[in-house]
Design a binder for this molecule. Structure first.
Ligand SMILES: Nc1ncnc2c1ncn2[C@@H]1O[C@H](COP(=O)(O)OP(=O)(O)OP(=O)(O)O)[C@@H](O)[C@H]1O
Ligand SMILES: [Mg+2]
Length: 217
């Protein structure tokens, strides 16, 4: 059965696109699953890297045109078709929860991955976002949405006890593994290549294993 997994939170710059790309590349390289990334961010970040790499070994990337009159029914059709063709559909969302892109993508999602940065401003934005989740769920056809938080840009100074308090809000579970703030996550984004050797004792692999286990992919 296909899965739609969106990387979403209302805070810009929390690492939605970064985590999505790292996860998609690892799944693409380490499994034979058919993967599509739907880029619904107006900045088209994934699509831009995909075009620049111009490599037939990339996973597929599709940028839905949200600038059409009444995009929702077409978007729904595209997702229904994509679910028939792909095993996993990742959606990269903009940071603005009030946009159409955000709303309709969440309604089509089975799982939300929420990158969380442990700063005061980020945490407040994350709380407001998690508080909206029951409302999204009530509008979904299947009334189901799994939500997983991942601590991103972890450094030595952050107060992680604060993040623990978010567990359960909007039904969110928090991953045990975390992603540090490292230059490699800035530089090594690719629609073709995996970031690290599978099997290496590396925080990314710990995150990725946890991702696969929780999302059943
Ligand atoms: N773990 C990390 N370590 C270092 N830099 C990171 C990490 N995660 C993200 N970044 C950097 O933080 C910035 C924002 O990340 P990213 O673009 O992935 O966030 P986003 O949530 O997709 O933002 P937007 O809401 O604008 O789409 C980028 O410059 C990215 O390279
Ligand atoms: Mg982004």
């Amino acid at each position: 059965m296909s899965k739609v997994i969106s990387f979403a939170t209302q805070k810009g710059g929390a690492g939605k696109t970064t985590l999505l790309m790292l996860t998609a590349a690892a799944l693409h390289n380490r499994t034979d699953k058919k993967i599509l990334v739907m880029d619904s961010d107006p900045q088209l970040s994934v699509k831009t890297i995909y075009k620049r790499e111009n490599n037939p070994k990339s996973y597929d990337v599709f940028a839905f045109n949200w600038n059409q009159p009444n995009p929702a029914p077409n978007f729904e059709k595209v997702v229904v078709m994509a679910r028939q063709k792909y095993d996993v559909i990742f959606m990269d969302l903009p940071g603005s929860v009030r946009s159409e892109e955000f709303y309709y993508s969440v309604l089509e999602s089975d799982i939300l991955m929420v990158p969380i940065v442990a700063s005061m401003l980020d945490l407040n934005a994350t709380v407001s976002f998690l508080e909206m989740i029951p409302d999204f769920i009530s509008k979904k056809r299947d009334q189901k949405l799994e939500v997983f938080g991942v601590i991103n840009k972890r450094d030595k100074t952050v107060e992680h006890l604060l993040i623990q308090k978010l567990v359960g809000l909007g039904g969110m579970d928090l991953f045990y593994s975390t992603i540090s703030s490292l230059v490699r996550y800035k530089r090594q984004l690719s629609t073709v290549h995996d970031l690290v050797e599978p099997g290496a004792d590396d925080e990314f692999n710990h995150y990725f294993e946890e991702f696969r286990k929780n999302c059943f992919v």
